[in-house]
Write a new protein. Structure first.
Length: 164
């Protein structure tokens, strides 16, 4: 159970998929997140689907998706029936305010871990900073940034290929 949506699940997925289970490398997981951001649906669900597919094909993708979604649906259904009665309670509101801060920290932790594995040279640093600046200042779809990063990566790879 997590608060904060798909992004809040990223640190948990990262720990389970790379550290505990070894189902994907950090680089592969970063690729899954990028693709999951571009495809319809929740990024955590998309990532689980990709990992399941990598491990066991279509059946693995289906079961990974169901394994991530079904328990959440059950818990959300149960919580929703009870939470409505307590949503205006001051203690509940304060608890959720604290939870929101923790979610930000968990997401920041995932960003820091991915920073260490993906920002490897000046070119990747520039791509990262341009996208961060653009995301902070412009109201553009994340798909644009992913496509921009892909194009920049292809261009950099082409230029580096020439020099080798």
């Amino acid at each position: 159970m997590t608060f904060g949506g798909g992004y809040a699940m990223l640190p948990f997925l990262q720990r389970e998929i790379t550290a505990r289970r070894g189902w994907a490398s950090e680089a592969e997981l970063a690729d899954y997140y990028a693709i999951g951001q571009c495809t319809p649906g929740i990024i955590a669900v998309n990532t689980a689907t990709f990992v399941g597919y990598k491990r066991c094909g279509v059946v693995g993708g289906i079961f990974a998706t169901l394994g991530l979604v079904f328990p959440s649906m059950v818990v959300i259904g149960a919580v929703a029936t009870v939470l409505g009665a307590f949503a205006e309670n001051a203690y509940v509101r304060h608890a959720f305010a604290g939870i929101q801060i923790c979610v930000c920290v968990l997401i920041l932790n995932a960003v820091i871990k991915f920073w260490k594995t993906t920002v490897k040279d000046r070119a990747s640093l520039v791509i990262c900073l341009v996208v961060m600046l653009g995301a902070a200042l412009l109201d553009i779809s994340p798909i644009f940034y992913v496509l921009l990063g892909a194009a920049a990566g292809l261009l950099i790879g082409h230029v580096r290929g020439r020099t080798k």
